[in-house]
Design a protein around this ligand. Sequence first.
Ligand code: PMP
Length: 311
Amino acid sequence: MGGYAYFRKRIVPLEEAKVSIVTHAFNYGTGCFEGIRGNWNADHQQTYLFRMRDHFERLKRSARVLRIEIAESVEDLCEITSELVRRSGYQEDVYVRPIAYKSGEVIGVRLHDIEDDLNIFVAPFGAYLDADKGIRCCTSSWRRVPDSSIPSRAKVTGVYVNSALAKSEAWDRGCDEAVILSQDGNVSEGSGENIFIVSGGELVTPPPAEDILIGITRGTVMELARTELGIETIERAIPRSELYTAEECFMTGTAAHLTPVVEIDNRLIADGVTGPITSKLAGLYNAIIRGRNSTYRHWCTAVAPAAAVSA
Ligand code: PMP
């Protein structure tokens, strides 16, 4: 993988950004991270970083939970990221991965008295799920880690073992993605996505109390539903069985964008094709993240990739 990374306060070629096997976060999962999309617009010859500020603000909140000090301000982080994306020069969709972590090379489970650091890298990253065809999901036998065990609103590296167990279980069962239930059996979220349904004509999504990561895409979709379609999203508990009778269902996430769910646990959602509210929201979202909608351009940071250096 080529490209550049921000590592130990400097921008370096990605292959130089290496950490020791003794690193605390590698041993104990004591890090927090973000995923930011850079969406390539070939007509504009620019990459649009979507809601970068909001992602770094969430990273700061996650770091607070883990008692990690991030020296850089949100503005610094946005500037560094724009420079990384520019220098990396990719003329395709990219994913930016900031990670703030316990970088101390010490043994011992704790959060206090351990050095912190923050790295950022950029990688080319196409479609994560098939948003055109829609996806098949199954409810996982694994339950979502409750907020009382690891704070859900923080995007903590270690908690992704829960997501990985659920995702691979879904994959083994021939599905694209898992729906993970909370400890009390209500719908929480996907392995890396929030979930919405249209039920009885209402747009519904689980509230933060269902141990969800409070997604930035989730917030975007709620705002678009309200301002562009005049639809208020209702945040309430969704029992598993309500998924089976929903008129529409979709998942949202930085990697997944807005992906229609067409089947859950071998039951088609409605008639198994993308529903009208889902397609309207997806159309709006897909234009906005590529800088094609001037009303929402403030959510996009434009970066012109540096010209590729020929070998
Ligand atoms: N839930 C989980 C567990 C996730 O990993 C993600 C992806 N960050 C999401 C929800 C969606 O969050 P966002 O829209 O901010 O990417």
